[in-house]
Write a protein that binds this ligand. Structure first.
Ligand SMILES: NC(=O)c1ccc[n+]([C@@H]2O[C@H](COP(=O)([O-])OP(=O)(O)OC[C@H]3O[C@@H](n4cnc5c(N)ncnc54)[C@H](OP(=O)(O)O)[C@@H]3O)[C@@H](O)[C@H]2O)c1
Length: 224
């Protein structure tokens, strides 16, 4: 049996990862901030284990990693926040900016660090769910907190990929598409099932490399 661990698993793209892997018979470690309030996650059928995890709590990440002494084939680093309240140029809210970096960058990297030994044991894969909005080549404007957090995550993902390539771990960095979730909103172009179906296929094929590319859910390459 294969094992996957997913952060931000109670709604949106993370919840869809849980549903699809569970449906396909995987053992799923589903991490979320408030398991008691994760009503939909709690109804997913299959080999699903739900864990409380706020990715800004690095001690909690390390503690969970220590409790789960088992190989992990795929680590989906998905938990993320938008930049609500970040403000516009001339009026940026630096507290909001820092809180976005805390989740999207430090939380993501801390998760990868803590679970890297489990993934190494499985010669497995780490997938960072980033965003096209972090692409410098593709940037339009606005959303400074969210964009910079994903730009930093892209660089961090490449650094982690270089650190783990020699260990046989494939690290990949993805844009999930504009997806209809709480974050993506009602005007989004695709539903979570399409995004996650595409992402899972790409994760399966992801190579061990010190220099991954930034790929959208449909395999399209996005400039850094
Ligand atoms: N939707 C899109 O169009 C889109 C586009 C590009 C990239 N993405 C990326 O895809 C990922 C998933 O987004 P989504 O659309 O599914 O967003 P979402 O519906 O807003 O869900 C975000 C998830 O992250 C969790 N989360 C937030 N802060 C956390 C923390 N400190 N610790 C642990 N979990 C935390 C949330 O948990 P709570 O319920 O506890 O808040 C929730 O489970 C994010 O990294 C996002 O940046 C999304």
């Amino acid at each position: 049996m294969s094992t996957v661990l997913i952060t931000g698993a109670n709604r949106g793209i993370g919840l869809e990862f849980v549903k699809q892997y569970a449906r396909d018979g995987w053992k799923v470690h589903a991490c979320c901030r408030n398991p008691d309030k994760a009503s939909e996650l709690n109804t997913v059928q299959g080999d699903v284990f739900i864990h409380a995890l706020d990715v800004t709590d690095h001690a909690a990440i390390v503690s969970l990693a220590s409790d789960l002494a088992e190989p992990i084939d795929i680590l989906v680093v998905n938990a993320g926040v938008g930049g609500r309240g970040e403000g516009d140029f001339g009026d940026y809210n630096y507290d909001v900016w820092k809180s976005v970096l805390d989740v999207n960058v430090y939380g993501s990297v801390a998760t990868a660090e803590a679970f890297a030994p489990h993934v190494k044991n499985a010669k497995g894969k780490i997938a960072f769910i980033s965003s096209k909005m972090g692409s410098i080549g593709d940037a339009s404007g606005g959303a400074i907190a969210y964009r910079t957090s994903k730009t930093a995550l892209n660089m961090a993902g490449k650094v982690v990929a270089a650190a783990l390539a020699g260990e046989g771990v494939a690290v990949s960095i993805f844009h999930p598409g504009w997806v209809e979730t709480d974050m993506g909103g009602p005007n989004a172009l695709i539903k979570p099932d399409e995004s996650v179906k595409g992402l899972r296929a790409l994760i399966d094929q992801s190579p061990v490399t010190p220099s991954p590319r930034l790929l959208a859910y449909d395999g399209a390459e996005i400039p850094w």
